[in-house]
Design a binder for this molecule. Sequence first.
Ligand code: ZN
Length: 273
Amino acid sequence: MITALKPLTLIIVTLLLTSCANSPTGRNQFLLISPEAAILESETAYLQTVGALDDEGKLATDPEIMGRVGRVTGRLVTIAEQDFPNSRSWQWSVAIIDDPETVNAWCMAGGRMALYTGLISQLELTDDELAQIMGHEISHALANHTAERMSRAMATTIGVVAVGVAADNSATAMAGAALLANVALELPNSRVAETEADSIGMELATRAGYDPEAAVTLWQKMGSLSETRPPEFFSTHPAPENRQATLQQQIPSMLALNPNRTKAQITEIEIVR
Ligand SMILES: [Zn+2]
């Protein structure tokens, strides 16, 4: 009974604790769920999602790609933890999904990420471009964009959880709580959030030692791919207007942040397998 009530209690408590927060760019964020609660619920959803992928044998085991993703992401994490001290306690991890058809990546609250191999192979990503995509994903988590999306998801899924508890059906209640994080994952970010993640991500990547110009080439590649078949990525990351032009404008100030392109130390992160 206690386990059955936990998710509902959590959701009700967080629903009452409506909070106002500021994104790293100073934008006002209206949250129905605290960033801490978003991390907690994301953990359950992540473990379920990744566990299912593992059961189906869909996690990549190629040491080369695992090493490459670990090195690039580990450098970004070093800079992220410098700037956002609360992220030092996060369980930074990446699940590399062996799926050459899918061009997608995501990051949940608390630094738990997924990367589809199709993103690397179909876009023929360089390390600099890979750093831009992972920097972008990490920035969504750093800027509490997950909590924002979960706040929107709450309005649509709280009924599911309530039904589960009313029926004294703990399985349904538990599924409802994890569903919240999963539904949030499928909701598109706002274009404002996309612009924020672009610019924070570009700075993380530059200071980690990667070329900021790669932000422009990355989105160009993504754009040309969408002429034939829209990448899954765009369903949750809508392209802001003038994305490339906005990024291009920021390159000189980015270059000044790390003119010698010194590589940051690599923080060890988990590559899920
Ligand atoms: Zn995005």
